[in-house]
Each structure stands twice: as structure tokens, then as C-alpha cells.
Design a protein. Structure first.
Length: 441
């Protein structure tokens, strides 16, 4: 890990100096104003976090260190026979802040390959769960079992200077990311493939090896995993999984504990479980309509029926984006290249043509466009990955790249314990009445 760790430390030294200067000169400057409604409505839109790895642009979508999804697909290193970006290159970009050369990405691949061995007790812990457990329950349990390997926990117990917290954290992050594909594939084969497991291929890249261990060896599926792991990796710091990882990490919980906490948030239906809900909704629509090739008119009727029942159309709308999610576009381009005649994929495209005009008629919906979840399931089904409960596990593996890169920056910058102020409704009433000028009860 020496080369990558040294570059990260050198990059951070420059960043630390710059942040100190910014705070010295502008620490008292105000960024926006907090409204009372924001306090009650999930702190939406409140600027209160620093996340170096990515920023969400309302028009261009997620930018990783300034680069858009189309730019990443063009500029990041590819596998020798592939055309999709390698996630290892994106991890380098988020960590170092510079586009990697091919050898930089290959170096990270080699680190992941060497550090990917999972201790047997992790599998034994997963096996203790009933086969009926949700894949995300198994996944987080496996991560927690892996926590026994934490370098940070051992180093902290022995006595560690604050300025060195990042060093064993770095080792934990690399090892955790390296081992996640093995844990995920084990869960997939245990739950869906009669407990018949496939050993890792030490010559494959991180995402390609995941595909191999799951039992999908088509070139197209490996390419899909590379794209999937890249576009789901990060979404700035305020989303549930990223924020939770940061919050728990701010208590100096090690990367295993922090990541597991974040992934418990990802498992919620308003976050990462949404990709599961999309494909489930599409399957239910096909069943009710009695066809696997519904027309736009049929889709429109079903959409209206869904909304009239008080439900949302899964995969559509986003809190920040005001255009079609570039991650959706990337997946649509992948589909047109690899599976242009797939019935389910074409249904997704017809839904895309149908839903936004309907949602536009509802004034309160600011973004009627599809997000990343609206497309991913159909691509996975095309290659035979029909077990949609597992989709969030794939999301979790990808998200490890972003939240763990961010956690490393938290540690090396020495960011403090996150402890926002809360108020009571009684205090709010006194403030409104003018009898209490300070927040507090």
C-alpha cells in the first residue's frame, strides 16, 4: 500500500494547509440561512458537511472531483478488453483528487487482489443466519464479523497520536473494500445457488472478480459490474449512507463499524432499496397487464393507477437533480449497446417516455425525471440476475468506494465529532413568541 498511502498523505498535507487558511479568513462567513421548516423536515438543503469526493450538480448530476459521469466513462482507465471504467480508477480519483494513469488503477487492483482473503469466521457468522434473511442483513452481518481484523481498533487500544489516526484507518479501508466482493458473492451463492461457491480469480479486477464469484462470466456482465460500481460509488455527503458513515466515523468508530452503519441506512426503501422496488413494480405491472411488452398507453394507465392509490412511481424524482440522472443515461447507453432488443429493457425506455409527462401535470413535483434506480434492475435481469433482493448488496459494494474515501479524508483532516444542536418544539414556540432568544429548552 506504500505508494498510494504516500500520495494520499502528501495530498492531504496541502489540503490541510489550505483549509486552515480558509477557516482563518472566512470561518465566520455565513453559508445560507437555516429555516425553521428545514429543522423539522430532515435538514434538507442545509449546508453543514464537507465531503471532498463528490458534489451533486442539479443540472449535470454527480461530479466526482469535478468530473461528470460521461467524462469518467471517457477518461478513467479500462480493463484490457473492456470499454467501461474500472472502479479502482474512480477510487484513486476520489482519494487523491487527480485522474489516475492506467498503472495507478492497476496498482489498486493488485492491492485489492492481495488483500481479498476473508477469514473463515466471517462465513461461519453468515451461515448462522437463516437462509430466509434478507441479503443486506447477511451482508452487514458479514462486515461486522470482519471488524475483528481492524488495524485502527488495535492501534487505538495501544495508544495512538491523533495525527496518526488516518494511518491504520487507511489499512482498514483498503482491506474492507478488497474483501467485500468475496462476502457478497458468498451470500449470493449461499442464498440463491444451493450454497455452491466459486473461488476468487486472483487475475481479475475488483468488479470482474465479483461477477466471476457470483457465477456470471459473460463479458457483458463484467462490463456492467464495472459501470455499476462506478456510477453508484458516491453521491456527495448528505445522503443517508454517506452521512451515516461519516457520523459514526466521527465518533472514531473504525471503518468496519462506520461502513456497516451506513449500509444499514442504505437498506432502507427510501434509499438503496429503491432499486429493488423499481424492478418489483415493473414485474407487478407486467403481471397485471398480462404482457411483457406493455404499450405506452398501458404504462400510462398503470402509472395513474399507482399514483391514485397513494403510491409513488419508484425510480422517478430526486431531491436535487432537475434533469434526467446522468447515471440513468449511462445505463441506457449500455443497454442500447449490449441488449437493444431486450423486452424488459425496452419497457424501461417506454416508461421513461411515459412517466415524466404525467408527473409534470402535478405541480408539486419539481423533478419528474428518472434517477439511477429506474434502469439498473433491467440490465441485471437481462444477464440472469433476477433475485432483486440482492440488488442493494451490489449498491452497497459500490458505495464503499465513496464513503470509505471520504472517511479517510475525515481522519486525515482531523474532522471532529459531529454533534449538531437540537431543539424542542416548546423552545420553538417560545422563540416564535419572542420570549426566548436562544435555541434551547
Amino acid at each position: 500500500m506504500g505508494i498510494l498511502k504516500d500520495r494520499f498523505e502528501a495530498k492531504a498535507a496541502i489540503e490541510i494547509k489550505e483549509i486552515k487558511k480558509i477557516l482563518a479568513e472566512h470561518g465566520d462567513d455565513k453559508i445560507g440561512e437555516v429555516k425553521l421548516s428545514q429543522i423539522y423536515q430532515g435538514m434538507r438543503g442545509m449546508t453543514g458537511l464537507v465531503t471532498e469526493t463528490s458534489l451533486l450538480d442539479a443540472q449535470k448530476g454527480i461530479r466526482f472531483r469535478g468530473y461528470t459521469i460521461p467524462e469518467l466513462r471517457e477518461k478513467l482507465p479500462k480493463s484490457p478488453k473492456g470499454s467501461e471504467p474500472l472502479p479502482e480508477g474512480l477510487f484513486y480519483l476520489m482519494l487523491i483528487g487527480e485522474l489516475p494513469a492506467a498503472e495507478d488503477s492497476a496498482y489498486i487492483t493488485s492491492i485489492f487482489q492481495r488483500r481479498s482473503h476473508v477469514p473463515s469466521h466471517v462465513f461461519e457468522t453468515i451461515d448462522a443466519l437463516p437462509i430466509t434473511a434478507h441479503p443486506m442483513t447477511m451482508f452487514v452481518t458479514g462486515v461486522m464479523a470482519l471488524q475483528t481484523e481492524s488495524y485502527f481498533t488495535k492501534a487505538y487500544a495501544e495508544g495512538l497520536s491523533k495525527k496518526d489516526y488516518w494511518d491504520p484507518t487507511f489499512d482498514d479501508v483498503i482491506i474492507l473494500i478488497a474483501r467485500l466482493p468475496r462476502i457478497a458473492a458468498y451470500i449470493y451463492r449461499r442464498k440463491y445457488k444451493n450454497n455452491e461457491h466459486i473461488q476468487p480469480n486472483g487475475l481479475l479486477d475488483w468488479a470482474g472478480n465479483l461477477a466471476h464469484m457470483m457465477g456470471f462470466n459473460e463479458h457483458g456482465f463484467r462490463e456492467l459490474m464495472r459501470l455499476y460500481m462506478t456510477i453508484h460509488a458516491d453521491h456527495e455527503g448528505g445522503n443517508v449512507s454517506a452521512h451515516t458513515t461519516h457520523l459514526v466515523g466521527s465518533a472514531l468508530s473504525d471503518p468496519y463499524l462506520s461502513y456497516a452503519a451506513g449500509m444499514n441506512g442504505l437498506a432502507g426503501p427510501l434509499h438503496g432499496l429503491a432499486n429493488q422496488e423499481v424492478i418489483k413494480w415493473v414485474f407487478e405491472m407486467q403481471k397485471e397487464l398480462g404482457t411483457d411488452e406493455p404499450t405506452k398507453e398501458q404504462i400510462g394507465e398503470y402509472v395513474r393507477k399507482t399514483m391514485e392509490s397513494g403510491k409513488v412511481v419508484p425510480g422517478y424524482g430526486h431531491a436535487v437533480l432537475r434533469e434526467t440522472d446522468p447515471r440513468f443515461i449511462a445505463q441506457m447507453e449500455f443497454g442500447k449497446k449490449h441488449m437493444p432488443d431486450d423486452k424488459l429493457v425496452n419497457t424501461i425506455w417506454r416508461i421513461y417516455e411515459t412517466v415524466p409527462p404525467i408527473l409534470k401535470t402535478i405541480g408539486k413535483i419539481k423533478n419528474p425525471w428518472p434517477n439511477v434506480d429506474a434502469h439498473s434492475g433491467a440490465l441485471l435481469v437481462h444477464y440472469g440476475l433476477v433475485e432483486y433482493e440482492f440488488y442493494t448488496v451490489l449498491f452497497a459494494i459500490s458505495r464503499s468506494l465513496g464513503v470509505m474515501a471520504s472517511l479517510l479524508w475525515d481522519r486525515i483532516l482531523g474532522l471532529p465529532l459531529e454533534r449538531p444542536k437540537s431543539v424542542t418544539t416548546a423552545a420553538v414556540k417560545r422563540w416564535i413568541a419572542g420570549t426566548d432568544k436562544i435555541w434551547g429548552d
